[in-house]
Design a binder for this molecule. Structure first.
Ligand SMILES: Cc1cc2nc3c(=O)[nH]c(=O)nc-3n(C[C@H](O)[C@H](O)[C@H](O)COP(=O)(O)O)c2cc1C
Length: 187
């Protein structure tokens, strides 16, 4: 499928609504809630069966998705601030968390579900320049160089990736309550 040309047009997300999608263990979309479909700009049939990278925004550095897959492949959660691309080229910022479904007998991952909310403006303001820097480094020296930069950045701040993002998003408050409730609803 042809990737849309990114436009400098931000979609205003409803802070009260959540965006949910479910994939197989390889990231192929199997389900999206109404808001996911609506915001994506695609129809449901256009989304189902497609790789989740259908909404990948070119401003996102690869290292973020590497961190994400490293975690979710181990059936662990990760919180990430993500810029996504709609079909018409517009963008929207979300905070996302994951819930794996694991086969209780084989321990194999059956599916991944992502729960998303509108990202707080403060989180976007902090992450956007970091992502720009990571992308710049990635373009020059590859993903390994951007990973090294990110590790150095966090080390300098004396925090882990999780501490940094949780602090930024305020995971102890409303987000925590929201994600916990969503996970219960969809498990
Ligand atoms: C449940 C689930 C949800 C995902 N949600 C997004 C998303 O909202 N945006 C995105 O760009 N990638 C998302 N991904 C990651 C994509 O699968 C993919 O790794 C990413 O878009 C990078 O694409 P690329 O590896 O082709 O560059 C998700 C993956 C899973 C398993």
């Amino acid at each position: 499928m042809q990737r849309p040309e990114p436009k400098n047009n931000q979609i205003k997300l409803d802070p009260k609504r959540y965006i949910v999608s479910k994939t197989d263990k390889h990231g192929i979309i199997e389900y999206g809630n109404d808001y996911f479909v609506e915001i994506s700009g695609y129809t449901e049939p256009e989304l189902l069966g497609q790789p989740h990278s259908i909404i990948r925004h070119p401003d996102m550095p690869k290292i973020v998705f590497k961190l994400m897959w490293d975690r979710i492949n181990k059936a662990q959660n990760i919180m990430a601030v993500v810029k996504n691309l709609a079909k018409d080229g517009s963008y929207y910022w979300v905070v996302t968390e994951f819930q794996p479904k694991v086969d209780p007998i084989t321990n194999d991952i059956i599916s991944h579900t992502a729960f998303r909310k509108a990202a707080p403006q403060k989180a976007v303001d902090v992450m956007e320049p970091i992502y720009q820097k990571l992308l710049e480094i990635e373009k020059e020296g590859g993903m390994e160089a951007s990973e090294k930069y990110l590790r150095g950045f966090l080390e300098e701040k004396g925090v882990t990736y999780d501490e940094f993002v949780n602090d930024l998003v305020g995971n102890k408050g409303l987000f925590k309550i929201f994600f916990t409730a969503m996970k219960k609803l969809f498990s």
